[in-house]
Design a protein around this ligand. Structure first.
Ligand code: GRG
Length: 296
């Protein structure tokens, strides 16, 4: 059930992204670099969360697909910029050369910028029946979760540690905070988007916020574990980077076994948050297991 739904989501999101990226007025170099960044790779877990959380309420699937595509554009822009020499300086992403390595830095910066702005163009310009009020609510939530109080804020706190050695001795709470912003906020948005699209009742909205928050945490613990236990060919990006850089992570502070135990507990919390939906949430329950046990 889950793997079929994920494969279906991957195909429909790929198609919709291809449509949005096909714009004759855009300089070919930017379109090519955007397509390199977005198409033909990635697990599409964030768009999948949009589609599945919207499905809980039988919300308009076409509108959900556009919001899913918009969220993936933001995610891909963040990867393109994160890989730049000024940030993480990575040459491998999704098993392919990163955009700056395949093109050059200025092209990667512009392609990232164009993906960020395309996300909001998609929400505002979607041909679906999405109401103006929902477009505004989604724009606000996505801007907050991807921006200074979300992903960009988390990236800044992370780079302060990497580049400036601040703070000197990061605590677990510090790492948890930065990860909740850097990685957690977009994953949570994926879940909250369905609540917005589906006119969720307050209790259902809160349940999806909690689920998204726990899922984001689980995702990050799994990511830190993969950096220690994964291999580059399977993960599709450089591994063992954190340890090589002497970077404090949940795994370096807690140890591998304690991190695995924490991961199981956080996954259980994510699943418990879905109680309010009963059997309707079966796929999202499986998604929590997928995120926790992933190998790439
Ligand atoms: C540049 C503002 C800005 C932010 C960058 C996302 C991010 C913030 C940095 C990426 C660094 C990183 C490896 C973070 C850990 C978690 C993460 C986002 C992994 C990549 O996401 P996946 O596994 O990737 O969903 P795919 O390729 O499957 O889409």
């Amino acid at each position: 059930m889950f793997s079929e739904r994920l494969a279906e989501a991957q195909q429909s999101v790929e198609r919709r992204l291809g449509q949005w990226l096909d714009d004759a007025a855009t300089p070919a170099r930017i379109t090519d670099a955007m397509r390199h960044a977005v198409l033909g790779g990635g697990k599409r877990i964030r768009p999948f969360l949009v589609l599945e959380s919207a499905r809980l309420f039988a919300a308009d699937a076409d509108a959900a697909l556009d919001v899913a595509a918009a969220l993936e554009c933001i995610h891909c822009y963040s990867l393109v910029h994160d890989d730049l020499p000024a940030m993480d300086n990575d040459r491998l992403r999704r098993g392919k050369p990163t955009v700056w390595a395949a093109y050059d830095e200025w092209t990667a910066i512009l392609a990232g910028d164009a993906l960020l702005t395309l996300a909001f163009e998609i929400i505002a310009g979607s041909n679906s029946t999405m109401s103006p009020a929902k477009r505004v609510a989604l724009t606000l939530a996505l801007a907050r979760d991807s921006g200074r109080v979300g992903m960009v804020g988390g990236q800044c706190i992370d780079l302060e540690a990497d580049k400036l050695g601040m703070p000197k001795n990061p605590t677990l709470a510090h790492i948890r905070h930065l990860q909740a912003l850097k990685t957690g906020a977009l994953i949570r948005f994926g879940c909250v988007a369905g609540a917005i699209l589906g006119d969720a009742k307050p209790l259902e909205h809160t349940a999806l916020v909690t689920y998204g928050d726990r899922l984001g945490f689980a995702f990050q613990i799994a990511d830190d574990l993969l950096d220690v236990t994964g291999d580059e060919a399977t993960v599709g990006k450089a591994v063992a980077k954190d340890a090589a850089a002497g970077k404090a992570t949940l795994v370096s502070l807690m140890g591998i076994e304690a991190a695995r135990t924490k991961l199981a507990a956080v996954e259980a919390e994510a699943v418990a948050a879905l109680d309010v939906f009963g059997q309707r949430a079966a796929t999202l329950i499986e998604a929590a297991a997928f995120v926790s046990n992933r190998s790439s």
